[in-house]
Unconditional design. Sequence first.
Length: 307
Amino acid sequence: MSAPSLPPLAARSLPAAVWRAVRTGRWTPVCAVLIVVILLLAAGADLFVLAEGQSLTPDIGTLGPTGLPAGALGGVSGAHWFGVEPLTGVDLFALVAHGARTSLLVGLGATVLGTVLGVVIGVSAGYLGGWWDRLVTWTADVILGFPYLIFMIALGAVLPVDFPRQITLVVVLGLFGWPRIARIVRAQTLTLAKRDFVAAARVVGGGPWHVFTKELLPNLWAPVIVVASLSIPSMIGNEAALSFLGVGVLPPTPSWGRTISAAIDFFETDPMYLVFPGAMLFLITLAFNVVGDAIRDALDPRSGGAA
């Protein structure tokens, strides 16, 4: 007979708190809808671009004699919703839609990897303690103090051109992202390990795996979801920054960061080329931050938002 578990209030009310966080507040519902819309745009990029009647194929027929888009606002029209790219004539909506897929895949993939590693390492360090806890703490401090952007720039310079950059970004960003989650999870685990329901589980013969999956993990979802939701915009921004610097996603794969980097040179003559990808990056980052803050407030009793 397993010991009864008495989870903290935040864990018991997690689904209700998340739903309350999303539907309340002035801007949180709008930001939640915006996240869904951009996720749908990324998932269905091919269908949306097909509905527009365009593709990623260059079309110099849409350009003027100087190589800039023909027409006002960077070539915005019924055929080209966001206009076209200078010099190539590639439809800008197609670039933004497929760039959303790239940026979100890297951002979400790196967040998932960092979260999984952070939870496993943090729980094991807090529960087992001893030399393993000291090793994890020291390693986390070293990684947090390491200039990972410089490391990524150096790594991008030595990797072969045909090496899968998206996978590399997910792995490297995930490996550098786990310490923040691990430190929070470790601190929560140290507190939970002293609770009566964890001690009772050990007394009746529950092993470390049972304690982790049945007693600790269900009561760690609240801080994990909060930290993960706030990590996603950071990961998306890191991918965009690295692609902007030319060491992230390489051509011909579309990416918001790479498109913004190319648009800088045309800002004075074709500002719309920068506006649309820049606005998308700004909106998705803002939306995830607003929703993440709302979830944190709803789950933090000290903020007055928890049930």
